[in-house]
Design a protein. Sequence first.
Length: 461
Amino acid sequence: MPFEESKDISGAKELLLEKTLEFYKMNGRKPLALVRSFGCQQNVSDGEKLKALLDKIGFGFTEEPEEALLIIYNTCAVRENAEDRVFGNIGQLKKLKEKRPELIIGICGCMAQQEHIAQKVKESYRYVDLVFGTFAYNDLYQMLWKVMGQHERVFNQTDKYSDINEELTQLRDDKVKAFVPIMYGCNNFCTYCIVPYVRGRERSRKPENVIAEVKKLVSEGYKEIMLLGQNVNSYSYGFTSLLREINRIEGDFRVRFMSSHPKDAGRDLIDTILECDKVCKHLHLPVQAGSDEILKAMNRRYTVEKYMEIIDYARAKAPDFSFTTDIIVGFPGETYEQFCRTKELIKRVKYDNIYSFVYSRRSGTPAAKLPDDISDKQKGLWLRELILEQREVTSEWLGRFVGRELRVLVSGDGRKGEGWLTGKSGEDIIVEFKGGRELIGQFVNVRIVKAMNWALEGTVL
Ligand code: SAH
Ligand code: SF4
Ligand code: F3S
């Protein structure tokens, strides 16, 4: 039955509440939901909205599939291995469903927005009850009622979106760092990328709503606000003025944002970052490739020189300004020589970190139709080459902080073992140091004593 026909189910929320209350009376505890988000911060943020909706109808939460009544995987479609992982995870739930038929299994998010995925689940994963895409959140209660109350499978891949629903709040696990979406969707259509197809066109939240949310989070004690959008520089109401307004909010907190598209990142962005004391002195500026031909084929709409203008402008004003980036290795038709230009670019820019990926063919995107004759194995070797280059560049470049003091937001136990803590500096660099766990969630000043190729090491002052 097409989903539209079920829209007339009124009072789904109340019916669900009754059901969870009944469960409570019988079991002496709330029914539990497991919500796991894959992919980018935007998706994590959507997962937090999903949790808020479930919380309102009486669900508690768990990380253990064995004790969950409802399991929802909030998925990512950006690369094939992300999708494979989800199917692997779903496959593992089959036994659990056989043992406990009352278990409800759902898949949502970017992957679940695609018709061919919904079709595959419908036919080959018959124990999955619910598949819904990125635009269906407003219908969650109706969908859940169809599944829980009427024992039907629901598939909702609607691509119609209404205005941003400011009523949808988040239930955040993290009490220190908060994701705040400022816009949804993407209009850029980079030729390799699935995001515009699964997330629709750009829609921006009103600045007053963003500001109100940030104020609330700061008053609740949040120390880091991460503003989210696929390209924050095309925020409809002006991104730099939003940053400046947020910077005026009182409190001890810092602001980050991602991502920025180089075609829209200008000098005013750099100036704003440098002038606003709460805004981290770091820019995540995905370059994707180091050759103009490949950038053109990717429809990125900038050249290497244009990209370098932003970098050079920032470094002229602040010589140790921190940049991180995303890189795709092995775009269809990319030659080894063109790939080498990406390695050269890494040396030229001196990134503090890069997130690099082998190109993954996404059906429905323009690049999926291009001839692609380099094997994935070969591309994997190029990727390794790139990572080795980056480690060398980064460990040397991180050295600029040795002997200096950085303000670090402590996030948890360190990777270096017993007694070590970890956190991030405003430059988005991992800093490890020794200290008591009571420092977790606080800002501390750390004197840097050593640079590694993945992080800095220091002592608390
Ligand atoms: N909107 C953000 C990025 C979203 S996706 C931006 O433009 O910066 C995050 C990263 O995944 C991209 O920057 C790109 O490097 C990578 N990516 C996207 N599609 C990909 C594909 N088909 N294969 C491999 N990597 C991809
Ligand atoms: Fe994808 Fe490009 Fe949009 Fe980023 S800007 S989400 S890479 S289409
Ligand atoms: Fe994010 Fe993956 Fe969707 S990167 S926008 S969750 S496709």
